[in-house]
Design a binder for this molecule. Structure first.
Ligand SMILES: Cc1cc2nc3c(=O)[nH]c(=O)nc-3n(C[C@H](O)[C@H](O)[C@H](O)COP(=O)(O)O)c2cc1C
Length: 299
């Protein structure tokens, strides 16, 4: 009997759908049965976003508040491999991804099953992965591989272009000056190479070397300045989220968070990075390497 793979994911723009298609094509070509499921939310976050709604989801993302998913059907009660496609929102698993990983129907099929996660972020995915990995570990599934795709342009540039994309729905060059937002088109096509690596491991039913094979293919890369900024930002986001969640009238607080974010990125982050470069980084090389390794590995 042919081995069965479930590829389940959420996407707003369709980007994660394209990535899943690219990843699973070699698995299909190798003769395995691949079931693709794109989940939908009951209250969809209308895409393209409005400026006001975009920031308003921050507290629920950071505080892991789940939302209702439209009923979905899985054809099988057991799979040989489950691939989960997700994306970070506000340095956390997106609300749909967090809702999915805790959904009883998925939790049921995850039991005892090898899992590969694939994320497509702007460029800050570490904290979302850490939390998503924990959610998977809380089920009895076994995380065997992780792929983290990012927009490779400079942080301030992708910060501008992602807003253009998210607020207009157009994955195009803003003003014809900025680069295209999101994951590079060629990189999405090249995701097929990870699918081929998965296929090799499926044949042998041996998963222990998958993450090393992925790492040799640059499936995960850690950029130190971004890791540093994200490490600080996640603590501050948690404080904002708790403050905003307690307010009856959230709108002014969300607006304040929005302005904070712009100032933090364009003013605070460069200053912190310079201070870190002088006073911390030169003296804590080993600790930094250990931290990078923590995000590269699966547990
Ligand atoms: C509300 C919101 C918050 C986001 N926050 C982050 C983030 O913290 N880090 C990051 O790298 N990307 C972030 N992104 C980009 C997403 O991870 C993702 O790349 C983009 O939304 C496209 O995903 P899609 O397949 O759902 O269209 C955010 C996107 C949205 C809509």
């Amino acid at each position: 009997m042919s081995k069965k793979v479930l590829a389940i994911y959420y996407t707003q723009s369709g980007q994660m759908g394209e990535i899943i298609d690219s990843l699973t094509q070699p698995i299909i070509d190798a003769g395995y049965l691949v079931e693709k499921v794109a989940i939908k939310m009951v209250n969809s976050y209308n895409f393209p976003w409005k400026g006001s709604t975009f920031f308003s989801v921050m507290p629920d993302c950071v505080l892991s508040v789940p939302a209702e998913i439209q009923p979905f059907t899985l054809k099988e009660s057991k799979y040989d491999l489950i691939i989960i496609g997700y994306q970070p929102w506000f340095l956390s698993p997106s609300i749909p991804s967090n809702s999915l990983i805790n959904h009883p129907d998925l939790v049921k099929v995850l039991a005892g099953t090898p899992v590969v996660t694939i994320s497509a972020a702007r460029n800050m995915w570490l904290n979302a992965f850490e939390r998503f990995r924990k959610s998977i570990q809380n089920t009895s599934a076994k995380l065997v591989g992780n792929i983290a795709l990012v927009d490779r342009h400079l942080n301030p540039i992708s910060f501008i272009t992602i807003f253009y994309w998210m607020l207009t729905g157009k994955k195009e060059r803003y003003l014809n000056i900025f680069p295209k937002p999101g994951i590079d088109e060629q990189e999405i096509i090249d995701v097929a190479k990870f699918g081929r690596t998965i296929t090799g491991h499926m044949e042998l039913n041996y998963w222990d070397s998958l993450q090393d094979a992925f790492m040799n293919q640059n499936a995960v890369n850690i950029n130190y300045p971004l890791m540093f900024i994200e490490g600080k930002a996640k603590i501050i986001f948690a404080v904002w989220a708790k403050i905003i969640a307690k307010r009856k009238n959230k709108a002014p607080w969300i607006a304040a968070f929005k302005y904070y974010l712009f100032v933090a990125l364009f003013v605070g982050a460069p200053i912190l990075l310079i201070l870190d470069m002088i006073f911390i980084k030169p003296f804590f090389g080993q600790r930094i390497e250990a931290k990078k390794n923590y995000y590269l590995q699966l547990n």
